[in-house]
Write a protein that binds this ligand. Sequence first.
Ligand code: ZN
Ligand code: ZN
Ligand code: ZN
Ligand code: ZN
Ligand code: ZN
Length: 229
Amino acid sequence: MFVDPPDYDLICTICQGVLRCPVRAACHHIFCKKCILQWLKRQETCPCCRKPVNPSLIFVMFKLSKSIGRMKIKCTNEIRGCEETFSLSEQYCHSLTCLYELIPCPYQGCRAQLLRRDLGTHARHCEHWSQPCSMGCGTILSHRNQADHNCYRQLRQEYEAKQRNHRAIAAALQRKMKRMQSTMAHMKRQLGLICESLEGMDDLHEVEGDEQGESSSSSHGTPSGNRNY
Ligand SMILES: [Zn+2]
Ligand SMILES: [Zn+2]
Ligand SMILES: [Zn+2]
Ligand SMILES: [Zn+2]
Ligand SMILES: [Zn+2]
């Protein structure tokens, strides 16, 4: 586990491991804090030299603890393929992100144990996979209903259909308006023609009136029809 084998004096004689939170007894022997406190519950003597040890007179060795924390170790998942090395104090942090850590499938009801790096692949096939729709519609998706579910696409299609419908209505209205405009223009022309012809009739009346006046007042002999020639 350690990149370089640790010094003999960094080993706890009780647990035979590298010291964790090292403490020193009055006899100068050093142990893990946990190990010696447990030992002293049974007998208050040093496990190395048998001298009496007062549990209230053991001291934490902060400097030693820190230098042990800086010792380089290999990842415990080395057998599964992790090649990372880091200091002992970073072990916990690494285990939270190590891609070769064996973890249980996070989806309820699934009993699979898998490497963290395989979680994505597993999730794509895990029959217990479920997740609320990311569009926020409230549907809980599983692999069974996920392919058919697309509330966003559905919304969009509905929206686009509505938009097409609105555009069609607007175009129809525009066409209607154009027809009305051209009808109106046509009517205007007709009205103009009617007015013109009415004016023409007035002129004719005037002319006729003049003729009558003339014929009544004027002289004899010349036939009235000749006037127009
Ligand atoms: Zn120990
Ligand atoms: Zn001792
Ligand atoms: Zn690792
Ligand atoms: Zn699973
Ligand atoms: Zn949805």
